[in-house]
Design a protein around this ligand. Structure first.
Ligand code: SF4
Length: 222
């Protein structure tokens, strides 16, 4: 059973909440906590709006996203939008969709793939951001780092195990594998994910965003 905090829905966003969120976003953009560890200048990449209804928690920006400053502006983002059944006009609408990865800055490359998200980041910002987005009704936990943090998983639990039990997490959370092209072998080995979880995901996304129709995603320019 999930320990993820589900808040009651509020129907309005107080103006003070929106301005408080703007102030917090300014604070985040100026953050230099990891400046000495990162192989580049800190560049937090996120999207947040006080009226957002859907939250995407991923791992951390990759090199392309770091360069563009636009979350999920890469091949992983194309696949994620396709899974969700929404196009860029919805995905990048901060009044509908919030995007807050576990590490807000690109952590740099490691021996195999990107380094893990900076550990200092989520405890600093996640809770404060979520407190200012009280209308979130659906949270997508993309990849193991987000799942371990939000589901308070103890010890090692694989993404596959978490996904196989996705329905036990209730109607407000959907765990997802990372949509990176590096995971193509996993997608092929686990066809139940696209056959079972993706259709349910699309339905929940439509419900959370109150979309009337669902169209396939378009390709981003990045
Ligand atoms: S990763 Fe997070 S805590 Fe570290 S510099 Fe970037 S915004 Fe600040």
């Amino acid at each position: 059973m999930s320990t993820f905090p589900i808040r009651p829905l509020s129907t309005q966003t107080a103006p003070s909440q929106a301005s408080e969120l703007e102030r917090l976003l300014g604070e985040i953009r100026a953050c230099r906590v990891c400046a000495e560890r990162l192989p580049h200048e800190p560049r937090p990449v996120l999207q947040a709006g006080a009226a957002a209804r859907l939250l995407i928690v991923g791992q951390a920006p990759g090199a392309r996203v770091h360069a563009s400053g636009i979350p999920w502006s890469d091949a992983s983002g194309r696949r994620l939008r396709e899974w969700m059944g929404i196009d860029e006009s919805v995905f990048y609408h901060a009044g509908q969709v919030a995007i807050v990865p576990m590490g807000l800055c690109f952590p740099g490359r490691g021996a195999s793939g990107d380094r893990p998200p900076e550990k200092a980041c989520a405890p600093l910002w996640q809770e404060r951001l979520l407190a200012l987005m009280p209308q979130i009704r659906l949270t997508l936990l993309v990849g193991g780092y987000a799942q371990q943090h939000f589901l308070k998983q103890q010890g090692h639990q694989s993404v596959t195990d978490t996904l196989r039990n996705w329905q036990s997490l209730g109607p407000h959370i959907v765990p997802l594998p990372h949509p990176s092209p590096r995971n193509v072998a996993w997608f092929k080995a686990n066809p139940w994910f696209e056959g079972e979880v993706v259709p349910a995901l699309r339905e929940r996304v439509r419900g959370a965003l109150e979309l009337q129709a669902c169209r396939p995603s378009s390709s981003p320019a990045a």
